[in-house]
Design a protein around this ligand. Structure first.
Ligand code: CTP
Ligand code: MG
Length: 392
């Protein structure tokens, strides 16, 4: 048997977290995406990158499972795989990985298994930056949202986003910089680059990638699954979805329905503005794109949507679809209600909803139910939507 040369690069894949925010009933690395786990996808990316020693840091007790997955991903490079148990914090898990590096390794990448879909090119960029002399290199993406400084629920200022970037992994370092910095670290740092910067080293930014997003919440998991389900050749380029919603009268303030304010009409109750038409459309769009439902993305655990109107909901939904590679084809929604009377404002409602969806065609129809049921008794409003989405 020939002994393979020790690679110059070592990649530590940390997968020892518990995945509390995901709440999927298993450590995050072992949650299924498409028949393959989060960890397996991360390792597929790692093994598509230049040859490296790969140290997988697994939750204590799951080392065997992690080793099997790593060997499958490694193929004929399985002699480059080591699995160790992690610690109570990410930093402790990285330290456990560092201790398992072989002696020939000079460049160390630290990668979150939770960034399961990170393309190999990101590894290549990070390795190249460190190989050409940087003490450390971090993939970053520009911040696209407008950023505010807040104190509780009060906005206390704007932040200039041009000087901000979102940091991803893999983060790469010269081993002779990373090991002493870890050995000397006393506090807890949010990532490895912060620890290196604290030790006085300059860290270089290289372009990150949207697919290197971290799977943290159930919505992130939906996005990863949706991206993967779109991968196989022959996957449908058009999909439809159905959404319904009901709200009862009894809210405070003005009635908001179909993206319009209706002065003089009784308000609907709800966590947001109770706009059943907008919510049915959101559900239809998310269902069409396979991105879960309104509760996944806008539930009561998202206080920023308390009191929000249709344009906020629909703009966010459009962004979620865009991130997952879908475009809105058209939407048809029917309202069942005794009041308000839609006839005079149907076109206005269609225009408002269409504008909120980036110009996609929206048809609104309305009907009463002949005095039957809760809509017939004027207790509330029901809305039914179908949406068609196409591959962007
Ligand atoms: N990680 C680790 N050891 C820990 C904590 C985190 O190896 N003690 C890893 C995770 O497995 C993940 C990465 O660090 O790949 C980023 O952490 P995070 O997204 O916070 O994952 P979890 O800690 O698993 O999730 P949560 O914070 O929601 O519990
Ligand atoms: Mg964590």
């Amino acid at each position: 048997m020939t002994i393979a040369p020790v690679p110059r690069v070592g990649i530590i894949v940390v997968a020892a977290g518990s995945g509390t925010r995901l709440g999927a009933g298993a450590p995050k690395g072992f949650v299924d995406l498409d028949g393959r786990s989060v960890l397996r996808h991360a390792l597929d990316g790692v093994f598509a990158a230049p040859p490296a020693q790969v140290v997988v840091v697994a939750p204590a007790g799951r080392e065997g499972d992690a080793l099997r997955q790593a060997q499958e991903a490694a193929g004929d490079r399985s002699e480059l795989v080591t699995v160790v148990a992690g610690g109570a914090t990410r930093q402790a898990s990285v330290a456990a990985g560092l201790a398992a590096l072989r002696s020939g390794v000079e460049i160390v990448l630290v990668h979150d298994a939770a960034r399961a879909l990170t393309p190999p090119e990101v590894f290549e960029r990070v390795i190249a930056a460190v190989a050409s002399g940087s003490a450390g290199a971090v993939p970053v993406l520009p911040v696209v949202d407008t950023v505010k400084r807040v104190d509780g629920s009060r906005i206390i200022g704007a932040v200039d986003r041009s000087e901000l970037a979102a940091a991803q992994t893999p983060q790469g370092f010269r081993r002779d910089v990373l090991e002493p910095a870890y050995g000397a670290a006393t506090g807890e740092f949010t990532d490895d680059a912060a620890l290196i910067a604290d030790a006085g080293h300059a860290v270089t930014a290289v372009p990150g990638h949207p697919l290197a997003f971290k799977i943290t919440t159930p919505a992130d998991l939906d996005r990863a699954r949706s991206l993967l389900s779109g991968q196989p050749a022959g996957a449908p380029a058009v999909r439809i979805g159905l959404g319904t919603d009901v709200h009862g009268f009894g809210g405070g303030g003005a009635l908001w329905l179909a993206g319009l304010e209706w002065p003089g009409e009784p308000a609907l109750a709800g966590h947001s503005d109770g706009d059943a038409v907008a919510h049915a459309i959101v559900d239809a769009l998310l269902a069409a794109a396979g991105l879960g439902d309104i509760g996944t993305h806008f539930g009561t655990d998202h206080p920023e949507y308390a009191g929000a109107h249709a344009d906020d909901f629909l703009a966010r939904t459009l962004a979620l679809l865009g991130d997952a590679g879908w475009r809105v084809g058209n939407v048809s929604v029917q309202v069942q209600a005794n009041r308000p009377r839609f006839a005079g404002r149907r076109a206005e409602a269609e225009a408002a909803l269409s504008a909120a969806l980036g110009g996609a065609a929206v048809s609104v129809s309305a009907t009463t139910t002949d005095g039957l049921g809760f809509t017939g008794r004027t207790e509330g409003v029901a809305a039914f939507a179908v949406a068609l989405v196409t591959r962007a």
